[in-house]
Design a protein around this ligand. Structure first.
Ligand SMILES: Nc1ncnc2c1ncn2[C@@H]1O[C@H](COP(=O)(O)OP(=O)(O)OP(=O)(O)O)[C@@H](O)[C@H]1O
Ligand SMILES: [Mg+2]
Length: 267
C-alpha cells in the first residue's frame, strides 16, 4: 500500500506538486491523469527518490520511502518505466530485460545471483522471469534485436518489461502507450489490467490516452498544476467538471457555464 501525504515540490517558482495526498491499494491498477506539466512524472520521481520534495511524506507498507536512496527503493519492490525510455541501446531486448533482473531483490534470488559471476551470466530464475516477461508482452520475436533498432512504441514495451523483470510489488508506468498506434492501446490496457493477478504487483499508471487509462485503471487521480482536482472511479473522474475544465480549457468551460445558466443550473 502506497501513501503520499501533503507532498509538495517546487522548482524555483514552479509548483510541480502542490500538497498532494495519494493512496494506492495493493493489487489494483491506479492512474494519474492531467495535462502536460500537471506534475505526474514528478510524482513518480518523488516516489523513486529522483526528486526530493520540500515537504510531505511517502509511505510504502511500513517503509518511509523518503529515508531511502533511489537504488534502495527498487529493493523494496518499487520499479518504474520511463517517459523517455531507459534502455541500453547496444544491448539486445533480452539482455535489457536481464539488466532489470539484476536488481531482483527477493532474498532467495539475490543469493542465487551473487553466487554466479557477474556481467552476462545471470541466474536461471532471472532468465526464466525475462522469458515470461517476453511472452506476457508478446515481444518474444524481438528478443535478439538491439534496443536501438526498435521504434519508440516497442522500446516503451521493452522498458516496461525491464521494470517488470525486477519483480516489483509496485510498478510505476510513465506513459506506456506513447509512440504506440491507437489501435494497440486496447491490447496494452488489457495487459496492464492483468499485471496485478499475473505478477502480483499493483500498478500506478500515467498516460495521456484517456481510453487507455479508463480501460486499464480502477482508480483514477486527476492533477492540475501539481494539485489533485478529482479522484474516484474512471467514470466519476471523467465526468467531474473540474477535470472537464482542465482538459477542455477555459473556452469550453465558459461555454459550459453558459449552457448551465441557460438550463437554470447556476448556483
Ligand atoms: N527537473 C526539473 N527542473 C525544473 N522544472 C521541472 C523539473 N521537472 C519538472 N519540472 C516542472 O514541473 C512541472 C511538472 O512537470 P512534470 O514533468 O511532472 O509534468 P507531467 O504531468 O509529467 O507532464 P507531461 O504530461 O508533459 O509529461 C512542469 O512545470 C515542469 O516544467
Ligand atoms: Mg510526464
Amino acid at each position: 500500500m502506497l501513501g503520499l501525504r501533503g507532498v509538495s515540490l517546487s522548482f524555483g517558482g514552479v509548483k510541480a506538486i502542490d500538497n498532494l495526498d495519494l493512496d494506492l491499494s495493493d493489487g489494483i491498477v491506479g492512474a494519474l491523469i492531467g495535462a502536460n506539466g500537471a506534475g505526474k512524472t514528478s510524482v513518480l520521481n518523488v516516489i523513486n527518490r529522483f526528486y526530493e520534495p520540500q515537504s510531505g511524506s511517502v509511505q510504502y507498507d511500513d517503509v518511509d520511502i523518503l529515508r531511502l536512496r533511489s537504488h534502495q527503493v527498487i529493493k523494496h519492490g518499487i520499479s518504474r518505466s520511463f517517459q523517455n525510455v531507459a534502455l541500453f541501446n547496444q544491448l539486445t531486448v533480452f539482455d535489457n530485460l536481464l539488466v532489470g533482473a539484476d536488481h531482483i531483490s527477493r532474498p532467495g534470488l539475490l543469493t542465487n545471483l551473487f553466487r554466479l559471476p557477474k556481467a552476462r551470466r545471470h541466474g536461471r530464475e532471472a532468465r526464466k522471469r525475462a522469458e515470461r516477461v517476453l511472452e506476457f508482452l508478446d515481444i518474444s520475436h524481438l528478443r535478439a534485436r538491439r534496443a536501438s533498432e526498435l521504434p519508440f512504441g516497442e522500446r516503451k514495451l521493452v522498458d516496461m518489461g525491464r521494470a517488470l523483470t525486477t519483480d516489483p510489488k509496485l510498478l510505476l508506468l510513465d506513459e506506456p502507450a506513447a509512440g504506440m498506434p491507437e489501435a494497440r492501446h486496447e491490447s496494452l490496457a488489457k495487459l496492464i489490467r492483468q499485471i496485478p493477478d499475473e505478477w502480483e504487483a499493483s500498478v500506478l499508471l500515467i498516460d495521456h490516452s484517456m481510453a487507455l487509462v479508463l480501460s486499464a485503471a480502477s482508480h483514477v487521480v486527476a492533477m492540475d498544476f501539481g494539485a489533485k482536482i478529482a479522484e474516484g472511479s474512471p467514470d466519476e473522474v471523467r465526468s467531474d467538471p473540474r477535470v472537464i475544465d482542465a482538459y477542455l480549457g477555459p473556452q469550453d468551460a465558459a461555454q459550459q457555464d453558459g449552457a448551465q445558466a441557460e438550463a437554470g443550473l447556476e448556483g
